[in-house]
Design a protein around this ligand. Structure first.
Ligand SMILES: [Fe+2]
Length: 394
């Protein structure tokens, strides 16, 4: 299978992976033969790419980082949980942030959340995600296919998977990873309490509007703190997930020192907790590789390029370095273009990841420089340093 932009889909192509909607249901199943109607629907829904089965790439199997069933269960639970404060606040929709805060603290939201069956399941789902991520040696690098309008719930699951994989590399024990997963799944719960249109409008926000957006970590924190099943670590991850190394993040302007030393102190006055620094980096990556209402998705190599410029000031340098060891810049099944040598402008699909050198995979060349299909052959980029690829085509 390989990843194809929706713009290049043709009727008759076979879907290699199921498309899951933001409510957690299967929109189109694996093995479905695409028709004009389906292709049109995928475009209208805002998906940017899908996996396609192809006779020359049947042996390229892109595994999910967690089971489809686990992902769907997580999405459904986050959605159900996020709807509780929304329901409770529906009469105070146009309220000021202070009124919303007061309502969270004095209203029934906490009680409803604390007694919710869905919340009790969040711990079990977090445990399940941690278990499945720990079984992987590395991540696929491909986040779930999102459309810009259903960004929130899938985003929370993808950030969880990436954060857990990173924290595992920094030798956190399993209990901490579960706390981390809980915080990640709920990190943007505060977003549902502020005006949805602020996230979806394809325009630059005013200073006042951005100030409103900046309250979502605090709103999330005061919603979740004191709920026993959430725990203080998860609540603080929610609170700190937009803080930056240079202190320019929000809401409190905490700082980071660009290291992940052992032993770690999660609470240090004025500093970001290390687990939240991991979530910040994962959050940036997932936002970049997902389509937004004002731009299409960046490819993983483009996201890495952008993130390198954010290292030190925004993103903890050691966390970013570890991310390059966990996510392949050119994920399995992505289409790339050769930029040097006698195969310049030939098009290939990534067929194998070199574990020791994630940015130099094995590629299978499928098209020549005139975009004509050719007899496939493979190039191991790790063994051929003179051959380069210029990027991912989607
Ligand atoms: Fe956020």
């Amino acid at each position: 299978m390989y990843r194809v932009s929706v713009d290049y889909l043709k009727p008759g192509m076979i879907l290699g992976k199921a498309i899951i909607s933001d409510t957690g249901t299967v929109l189109l199943n694996k093995g479905v033969k695409l028709t004009e109607f389906y292709i049109d629907k995928l475009k209208k829904l805002g998906y940017d790419a899908v996996f396609i089965e192809d006779p020359e790439t049947t042996d390229i199997v892109v595994e999910d980082d967690i089971k489809e069933q686990t992902r769907r269960r997580a999405i459904q639970h986050i959605r159900a949980l996020f709807s509780i404060p929304v329901q409770e606040l529906k009469d105070v929709k146009k309220a000021t942030i202070n009124e919303i805060k007061k309502n969270i603290e004095t209203g029934r939201i906490k009680e409803k959340l604390a007694n919710s069956k869905v919340l009790k399941n969040i711990g079990a789902i977090s445990y399940q995600i941690v278990d499945e991520v720990l079984d992987n040696k590395m991540l696929s690098g491909l986040v779930s296919f999102k459309r810009y309008s259903d960004f929130t719930y899938k985003h929370c699951v993808d950030v969880t998977v990436l954060s857990v994989a990173l924290a595992d590399k920094f030798l956190y024990d399993k209990n901490k990873l579960v706390e981390l997963a809980k915080g990640c799944l709920l990190h943007d719960i505060g977003r549902v309490l502020i005006d949805k249109s602020l996230y979806e409008e394809p325009r630059k926000l005013s200073k006042e509007e951005f100030e409103i957006i900046k309250t979502h970590p605090t709103l999330g924190y005061i919603t979740l703190k004191d709920i026993a099943d959430i725990g203080i670590i998860a609540a603080h991850i929610v609170y700190q997930h937009h803080e930056q190394q240079n202190g320019d993040g929000y809401p409190r302007g905490l700082k980071g020192d660009n290291t992940m030393p052992l032993p770690r102190k999660e609470i240090r006055k004025g500093y970001i907790m290390p687990l939240a620094e991991i979530v910040y980096a994962a959050n940036v990556y997932d936002a970049l590789v997902s389509p937004r209402v004002y731009r299409s998705a960046y490819t993983p190599d483009q996201a890495f390029f952008i993130m390198k410029r954010m290292a030190g000031t925004h993103i903890n340098r050691e966390v970013l370095k570890m991310m390059f060891e966990v996510i392949p810049a050119y994920p399995l099944g992505t289409t790339v273009i050769i930029s040097t040598g006698k195969f310049k402008n030939y098009i290939a699909v990534v067929s194998k990841i070199n574990r020791e050198n994630l940015s130099r995979p094995v590629i299978r060349v499928l098209y020549n420089d005139r975009k004509k299909r050719i007899e496939p052959f493979e190039i191991d980029l790790a063994a051929n340093p003179h051959i380069n690829i210029s990027g991912i085509i989607i």
